[in-house]
Design a protein around this ligand. Structure first.
Ligand SMILES: O=C(O)CCC(=O)C(=O)O
Ligand SMILES: [Fe+2]
Length: 344
């Protein structure tokens, strides 16, 4: 069945040409990048608070994406979080992996999958990616029995990593609030208790990387995403109309501002538009940790940022409605945020 097919299966079958369903239209295909040494900014969190806040302000205005170093998350834990899921993808037989298959008909269901969108239409171009999605927070959603039981430390590592990411997300949203002159808890209060998902993406080598994308262009839906990748690389961020490769920085964490933060900051900060490209020779792994509001939470521009001269630039939205629209229309560009934009 189409829905249950994994990209890794295609590769194991030895395809030498990418099947039609995975071929991007010419305007979406990746082109060689001229400015290959350029990278997103790196912010060292051990520097003085004032300089960190100034650097965050600059990076959020210009990029919506940046690396953080000296972030306090134990490096061995980050290494484990890359290594153990890689072993799940590489060392588990397919029938074992399918015991953890996500539900093919419900969006963002937990487990092993391949399709991000569940469009019934058959014209959706598919991503060259398999993934494992873990529901990690609030604790009432966390059921480690739904995560791989092998390697033996897998479940413990995911739980520990989830807690570390929550702490870092809170700290970064606090600094981001302060960088706009808001009280430190402003953005976090607007988001409420985090709904956190950890998605491990596995991109098998692709015979024709110039025709495909590992993950199509999008901005993340929630508040803030923290991402680590392996040394292969493939994440790209859109800046001033140009794609910039996020070169892996081994001990750093990529921060991506997501759509709800753009709304809360009334567009002072924009969510980072990004995608993943593929390559012909090496499988790649990334781990994205999403921090989202609960579905019932209503998101609006922060009142402290509004005045007669600075009116709201987005209408309020119930987060669950935003998610439904994202899954039905697709993530392309910023269509979902654009629908909320007020002409001011
Ligand atoms: O693999 C990557 O680097 C990007 C992953 C991503 O953007 C996502 O899971 O939303
Ligand atoms: Fe993303």
């Amino acid at each position: 069945m189409e829905e249950t097919k994994r990209v890794q299966t295609l590769v194991q079958q030895g395809v030498s040409e990418v099947p039609l369903r995975y071929i991007q239209p010419p305007e979406n295909r990746p082109k060689p990048i001229s400015n290959a040494t350029y990278n997103i900014p790196t912010i060292d969190l051990s520097h003085s608070k004032d300089s960190v806040i100034a650097a965050i302000r600059d990076a959020c205005r210009k990029w919506g994406a940046f690396h953080v170093s000296n972030h306090g998350v134990p490096i061995p834990l980050m290494d484990q979080m890359r290594k153990l899921p890689l072993s799940f993808f590489n060392d588990f037989p397919m029938e074992e992996k399918f015991k953890y298959a996500c539900h093919p008909k419900s969006p963002a269901s937990e487990g092993y999958g391949s399709r991000m969108l569940l469009s019934s239409e058959d014209d959706t171009v598919l991503d060259w990616r398999d993934y494992f999605d873990h529901h990690t927070l609030p604790l009432s959603r966390r059921n480690p029995l739904r995560w791989p039981h092998f390697p033996s430390e897998y479940r413990q590592v995911v739980a520990k990593y989830s807690d570390e990411m929550k702490g870092l997300a809170q700290r970064l949203l606090g600094l981001t609030s302060e960088s706009l002159g808001l009280r430190p808890s402003c953005i976090e209060d607007a988001v409420g208790d985090f709904y956190q998902n950890i998605t491990v993406s596995y991109y098998p080598p692709c015979p024709q990387p110039e025709l495909t994308l590992g993950l199509q262009t999008h901005s993340d839906m929630g508040a803030i995403t923290l991402l680590i990748q392996d040394e292969v690389g493939g994440l790209q961020v859109l800046k001033d109309g140009e794609w910039i490769t996020v070169h892996p920085l081994p001990n750093a964490i990529v921060v991506l501002l997501a759509d709800q933060t753009e709304i809360i900051t009334n567009g002072k900060y924009r969510s980072g538009v990004h995608r993943a490209i593929t390559n012909a020779s090496r499988a790649r792994l990334s781990v994205a940790t999403f921090h989202d509001p609960a579905k019932a939470v209503k998101i609006s521009p922060a009142s402290d940022l509004l005045s007669e001269s600075s009116p709201p630039r987005y209408s309020s939205v119930v987060y669950g409605d935003y998610v439904s629209s994202w899954y039905s229309k697709g993530p392309e560009g910023k269509r979902n945020l654009d629908a909320l934009r007020l002409d001011t």
